[in-house]
Design a binder for this molecule. Structure first.
Ligand SMILES: [Zn+2]
Length: 218
């Protein structure tokens, strides 16, 4: 994994970063600064914890603290919460959202952006976030654009998108990754089930992080 000038991660939900936590930990270990923009506070998360310790009123505050803790565990120092409402990203004014992302890109000048692949990421917030990133990056002249590497989670993604452009082996950071996912106490059951790192199949699954590069038309 090459060292980058700066990496920006744009994902809609606290806990989405767990999917690529190994990659982010490795970049940080290599000395690349990472900024994570989480668009919502995940207020609509289905789980209130097990046993329940949150309710609809307290869940956003709890998820904010969980996200801060998860980022600490990954080593991310710049976390920004944009405060959109969970499950509403697709209804935001898409041009305004792209404007905001464009301003972020001019502020940080990242060489690489991680987001969801629009249309292949299952949840409407995931698709809408990826689409807004593409819309913002598209406006930048081709030679100045950061690379956009996408997470795709749709079933049959290889059939739809072809083989991933990169598959990161993050086995050296897999403990750290699972530890970071465990920071999302209200969601951990939903995220990891009963899996543990003692199970070789679980370890193998979480040690591999595939990415598809978004290809612009010009
Ligand atoms: Zn999500």
């Amino acid at each position: 994994m090459e060292r980058q000038l700066h990496i920006v991660v744009l994902l809609p939900h606290p806990d989405d970063e767990g999917i690529i936590a190994g990659t982010l930990a490795r970049h940080i270990h290599n000395g690349t600064p990472v900024t994570y923009v989480c668009l919502t506070l995940g207020e609509m998360g289905r789980n209130m914890g097990n046993p329940p310790f949150a309710n609809r009123v307290t869940l956003p505050m709890i998820r904010k603290q969980e996200l801060e803790e998860a980022c600490r565990r990954i080593g991310i120092q710049d976390v920004r919460m944009w405060g959109y409402h969970d499950k509403t990203i697709e209804f935001e004014d898409q041009e305004k959202l792209a404007d905001r992302i464009e301003r972020l890109i001019s502020e940080l000048e990242p060489s690489l952006i991680y987001t969801f692949y629009p249309g292949y990421s299952v949840h409407p917030d995931h698709d809408a976030t990826g689409a807004a990133v593409v819309r913002a990056v598209e406006r930048i002249p081709a030679h100045k654009r950061p690379a956009v590497h996408c997470i795709a989670i749709a079933t049959g993604r290889e059939k739809l998108l072809g083989q991933p452009d990169a598959v990161h082996d993050v086995s050296e950071h897999v403990e750290q990754k699972i530890h970071a996912i465990h920071a999302h106490q209200s969601q951990v059951q939903h995220l990891l089930g009963n899996g543990t790192l003692d199970d070789p199949a679980f370890r193998a699954k979480y040690s591999r992080e595939p990415f598809w590069e978004y290809r612009f038309n010009d």
